[in-house]
Write a protein that binds this ligand. Structure first.
Ligand SMILES: [Zn+2]
Ligand SMILES: [Zn+2]
Length: 255
């Protein structure tokens, strides 16, 4: 049922009093995906076929490297290379590299995406943009956003939890705002649209004040004054803007 598998982690995320419950969910999904990728799953043919095809983004190559299990990563990279070499033969075979206007056409292709050369280069772009871990996170993350709207509409207790939260980061606020018109209707839609905007404004103000006190607290005249809520104003301030946890140590395989 919709409200068992996703409800508990979502409620936990709201209870964590994070700057954004969806960042909290996203971090968990990412760690699960990294452990899964470098756990026993990479020896399974169907999973390896997917990592062979998609590869990973820059961010996730770094995170996979930091995680540990270098031998596992070598296996994954090795067959991804084999697949890439085979695919590149096809992709580059269709590309006329002798033409002096190739660069111009490539530039044009990225702007309009309709020219003939975009057909030839789009597999390269797809290869550069695709990531097994991003895809895996995205699938589950959408379900969490849908569960959020479902609970907001059907569960008063959850509504209170939402109202008492610190709101969302800018990225996840935007994602929810874009999805809301398709998932909510009537009163709940109006409630969410108005409340979430108001919450964003209040919470940005709160962080601005935390940052302000962080600066003042560094004045020697305030040596004895309390930090209040400003000690970690920088990481929280950055998370609110971009959805990342700058203070996190690299996620590593448990020993
Ligand atoms: Zn967030
Ligand atoms: Zn990725």
């Amino acid at each position: 049922m919709k409200d068992t598998l996703y409800t508990i982690p979502l409620t936990d995320a709201f209870n964590a009093e994070d700057e954004c419950p969806f960042c909290f969910i996203h971090r968990r999904l990412e760690q699960d995906a990294i452990s899964f990728t470098l756990g026993a799953s990479y020896m399974e043919d169907d999973i390896r076929a997917q990592t062979d095809r998609l590869g990973f983004c820059k961010d996730h190559y770094k995170k996979l490297y930091d995680y540990g299990n270098r031998l596992g990563l070598a296996f994954i990279l090795h067959t991804h290379y084999q697949k890439l070499e085979k695919d590149l033969d096809k992709m580059l075979g269709n590309l006329d590299t002798s033409s002096p206007s190739l660069f111009k056409r490539l530039k044009h292709a990225t702007q309009t995406n309709t020219s003939e050369s975009s057909l030839a280069t789009s597999p390269l772009h797809e290869q550069l943009d695709s990531c097994y871990i991003c895809e895996r996170i995205e699938r589950n993350f959408t379900r969490y956003m849908e569960t959020f709207f479902y609970l907001l509409e059907s569960n008063e207790e959850f509504k209170t939890l939402f109202l008492n939260s610190k709101g969302m980061c800018l990225e996840h606020f935007t994602a929810l705002l874009e999805l809301a018109p398709y998932r909510l209707k009537g009163e709940t839609k109006t409630f969410f649209m108005n409340t979430s905007k108001q919450m964003l404004k209040e919470n940005l103000k709160r962080l601005e004040e935390d940052l302000s006190w962080f600066i003042d607290k560094n004045d020697y005249r305030n040596n004895a004054a309390p930090w209040k809520t400003s000690q970690d104003a920088i990481p929280r301030g950055i998370q609110k803007l971009t959805g990342i946890y700058v203070q996190d140590e690299p996620f590593k395989k448990a020993h």
